[in-house]
Design a binder for this molecule. Structure first.
Ligand code: URA
Ligand code: CA
Length: 432
């Protein structure tokens, strides 16, 4: 291991054998934390070639179970978002893309941060369960074209161990390490093709467009190297996506979007990502054709109906697609007034996310319980005019004491005197 560390420290390019030796040794605890830490720091400073990243990814994939989706007919397409605030896209995309005939076998996670993950959001629906056996999962996707389950089995244990170590050794924000970490989980989950939504801006992991692009390019290069068709879209996360931030509130927003009444930005991002997924799934020849298909399944109600079938198949109350009143509802709805008149120039996503977390919408630690009912519904986004006293947002809370969240919202929904344009939602597309 000393030789491998030294080689990377000196800027050398590691072989597949050297990388696999490290990943296996660290996973089975024959390589200690101090050597792994030094090695990660060497990668942090010297980087990795696309080939090295491919080897690292596959070594992590092979450290645990891999899901075999071959019993599902068709090209299986997965989507991954690098995470943001109020990102409801998965809930919408799964039925939307499946309604166009692409099988979506989705394995999702719980959230750690501002709001819950897709699984938490789905559990806001009474009765919905995310535990299916592999056999039930495959059968449901063959029958209905869609299923959403929690991570089962022992997927990428090497990544779990390395991620914990990176967290305490200041080596999280290394692009080769992030790219291989994300791609290892997607590849182990078994899809043939992967569409990545790489967020950029204040509410994202990557704060600048240049970093987001570099991360996207790394992940696309890894996909190419290991034989999974991969493409990436850069999207804005300087302000939250849509208006709703919170679990139950985002389910309602997803249903509205599937009905064609969703927020413009959220709808557009779903159309962009969804068209890529449909082309990757071989159901359309061009993104324009795919976009028309998506609009058609929104307009004729079939995407919404399929969402209802997904809910029913997994034990949930499907009546919510027509009447959301049985979803958890917060006791209080409290307006957050603007302190001056002008134009909204910023809606700083990370701080708005913290305001939602303080209400109980997210977890600070893995053990925290989420309050599925609470959250924030924005009334204004960047570029909107606002009058003093008019609500900037509505807080949905189970306590009347929402001072801290309200003041965070007032502080971070910045009002100026000059009108500003809303940020560009979709950035570069990277297809390799
Ligand atoms: N998300 C991941 O899954 N891995 C990283 O390294 C960073 C973010
Ligand atoms: Ca939202």
């Amino acid at each position: 291991m000393v030789d491998v560390i030294e080689k990377k420290r000196n800027g050398g390019v590691l072989s597949k054998e050297e990388i696999t030796f490290f990943v296996n040794g660290y996973t089975n605890e024959t390589i200690p934390d101090y050597q792994a830490s030094a090695f990660l720091m060497a990668i942090y400073f010297k980087g990795m070639t696309a080939e090295e990243q491919g080897h690292l990814t596959m070594a992590m994939v092979e450290s645990g179970d891999q899901i075999d989706l071959s019993a599902i007919e068709g090209i299986k397409v997965d989507k991954h978002s690098t995470g943001g605030v109020g990102d409801t896209t998965t809930l919408i995309l799964v039925p939307l893309v499946a309604a166009c005939g692409v099988p979506v076998a989705k394995m999702s996670g719980r959230g750690l941060g501002h709001t819950g993950g897709t699984l938490d959001k789905l559990e806001a629906i009474d009765g919905f369960h995310i535990e299916l056996t592999e056999g039930q999962f495959v059968k449901q996707v063959n029958d209905l074209k869609l299923a959403v389950i929690g991570q089962s089995g022992n997927l990428t244990p090497a990544d779990k161990k390395l991620y914990s170590l990176r967290d305490v050794t200041a080596t999280v924000d290394s692009i080769p390490l992030i790219a291989s970490s994300i791609m290892s989980k997607k590849i182990a989950a078994g899809a043939n093709a992967i569409v990545l939504d790489v967020k950029t801006g204040e509410g994202a992991f990557m704060k600048t467009e240049a970093d987001a692009k570099a991360l996207a390019e790394s992940m696309v290069a890894i996909g190419k190297q290991v034989g999974r068709q991969t493409m990436a879209v850069l999207s804005d996360m300087s302000q939250p996506l849509g208006y709703a931030i919170g679990n139950s509130l985002e389910v309602i927003e997803a249903i509205e979007t599937l009905k064609g009444n969703g927020p413009e930005d959220l709808t557009e991002l779903c159309l962009v990502l969804g068209s890529k997924m449909i082309v990757a799934g071989g159901k359309a020849d061009s993104v324009d054709e795919a976009r028309d298909m998506l609009k058609a399944v929104i307009a004729d109600g079939s995407a919404l109906e399929l969402f209802g079938k997904l809910i029913a198949a997994q034990g949930g109350d499907a009546s919510i697609i027509h009447d959301t009143s049985s979803l958890p509802t917060a006791k209080y709805q409290i307006e957050v007034p603007a302190l001056e008149s002008g134009y909204v120039t910023k809606v700083e996503a990370d701080d708005i996310g913290i305001a939602a977390m303080l209400l109980g919408a997210g977890r600070a630690t893995k053990e925290d319980e989420i309050d599925l009912a609470v959250g924030i519904v924005l009334r204004k986004k960047i570029g909107d005019a606002v009058q003093k006293g008019e609500p900037l947002a509505i807080i949905h809370a189970n306590t009347e004491n929402v001072e801290r969240s309200a003041s965070l919202i007032q502080q971070h929904m910045v009002i100026g005197q000059q009108v500003v344009e809303s940020p560009r939602l979709i950035g570069a597309m990277i297809t390799g």
